[in-house]
Design a binder for this molecule. Structure first.
Ligand code: PLP
Length: 427
């Protein structure tokens, strides 16, 4: 301990901040143990899928060109399908990000004249242009797909009456976003999502349901695909890439839906048969293998942050005691100075670019200035320790990731240290 304290002091963490952190940690033993249990189950789930599909060194070979008969790629898709308990999976480096994966899933399964319904309010920012809620070139709206939305009730619950009314003969696909993203509503648990899916299918049995699973993978022992989702979709530079995947997205679901996604991603007639792996298979396999414990580390970081900041008077969403269904933590710091100090601490703790100073700046597509802290091995990766937020009341930073728990812990301690140094917090 002496040794650790000394090194932490060299790195800028004072004994007072360290002690404050340890006191918070003492209260979290049971919750961390529960997270470890989920991780143990999910680790076994991933391992079993890899064993069952006989993953071998041959799966790690690079392919180029068309990528016909790509053993590694095809087997990785079987591993994902087994973990998500689905008939099929599309897992590709050619899917460039989460938004792309969601776009493929939507545009492959919606035809002109069909209607898309979101029963959980406004979807994630980037999807608004995909759907055409904000006018955009090549949006689904341009292709004659209409959109309807039912907002959540005041308390955050599902408006079942409204949803029943909104489902009509044109409703083809229902999109459910699991994580709150940058909204203030709660994140849904997998079992809540299951109830919503069951209700929608009781109103219209043949309606398709897609779940945006970004930031939710491996936080629970079940995934949306276990509770009736036809497609479960996410990004490999978030949870399931385990920090090692340098790019990619996934769609797990019914064979019928995933086949259509593959034809949309490549070309009608080609589908899943093409798409070279470009040597990325070791990272995609190993990242998926690490993902359950990486997600556990990130979740511990989120809970630690809430339990450090809430007692100091900063509102946290979710709050310090709430159960978790994704890895995002919002902390309302109440001032621009607070956001800057917090982000400086996260940046200073990074393995990459620790010497950089985050500062609010204008960003394309945002009305307010935005501040971002990230010192990541993979550019833009948000399973790595990162924090960001728009400079506007209530001056909330959204904090997520951390490939290891000790790194997440140090980042949060340093954020608090910068707050103390700036005179914004007194311990
Ligand atoms: C991150 C995210 C997306 C989009 O993913 P990108 O990889 O940034 O394109 C979509 N939905 C939710 C809820 C997300 O958190």
């Amino acid at each position: 301990m002496e040794q650790l304290l000394e090194l932490y002091q060299t790195m800028g963490v004072s004994p007072a901040v360290y002690a404050f952190g340890q006191a918070a940690l003492d209260r979290l033993k049971d919750r961390f143990a529960a997270i470890d249990q989920v991780a143990e189950y999910n680790q076994a789930k991933v391992l079993w899928a890899m064993q069952k599909n006989k993953v071998s060194a041959a799966c790690f070979a690079a392919t180029t060109g068309y990528g016909y008969d790509d053993l590694g790629r095809d087997n990785l898709e079987r591993v994902y399908a087994d973990v998500f308990h689905t008939e099929a999976a599309l897992v590709r480096p050619q899917i460039t990000c989460g938004t792309h994966a969601l776009t493929v899933a939507l545009s492959a399964n919606l035809l002109p004249g069909d209607e898309l319904l979101s029963p959980v309010g406004l979807p994630y920012d980037t999807l608004q242009e995909v759907i055409g809620i904000r006018e955009s070139t090549c949006s689904l709206a341009e292709y004659g797909v209409s959109y309807r939305q039912v907002d959540l009730l005041e308390g955050g619950g599902f408006d079942y009456e409204g949803i029943k009314k909104a489902i009509n003969e044109k409703t083809k696909l229902i999109t459910i976003q699991r994580s709150k993203g940058y909204a203030t509503r709660p994140t849904f648990s997998v079992s809540q999502i299951g109830e919503l899916i069951a209700f929608c299918k009781s109103v219209k049995p043949d309606v398709l349901v897609m779940v945006d699973n970004c930031y939710g993978e491996f936080v629970e022992t079940m995934e949306p695909s276990d509770v009736g989702a036809d497609m479960t979709v996410g990004s490999l530079i978030k949870n399931p890439g385990g920090g090692l995947a340098p790019i990619g997205g996934y769609i797990c679901g019914t064979k019928k839906c995933v086949d259509r996604c593959a034809y949309r991603l490549s070309a009608p007639g080609l589908g899943q048969e093409v798409g070279a792996n470009l040597g990325l298979m070791p990272a995609l396999y190993q990242g998926f293998f690490l993902a359950p414990t990486v997600v556990a580390a990130a979740e511990k970081g989120a809970i630690f942050a809430a339990n450090l900041y809430e007692p100091l008077g900063f509102p946290c969403i979710p709050n310090a005691a709430e159960s978790r269904h994704d890895i995002i933590q919002a902390v309302e710091l109440g001032s621009e100075e607070g956001m800057i100090a917090f982000c400086k601490g996260i940046q200073a703790a990074a393995p990459v670019d620790s010497f950089a100073t985050p500062w609010p700046s204008d960003m394309p597509g945002y009305e307010d200035r935005v501040i971002m802290a990230a010192g990541a091995f993979v550019q833009g990766s948000s399973i790595e320790l990162s924090a960001d937020g728009p400079i506007r009341p209530p001056y909330a930073v959204y904090f997520q990731g951390g490939l290891t728990w000790p790194h997440a812990k140090l980042g949060i301690l340093l954020s608090l240290q910068k707050m103390v140094d700036a005179g914004l917090v007194r311990l």
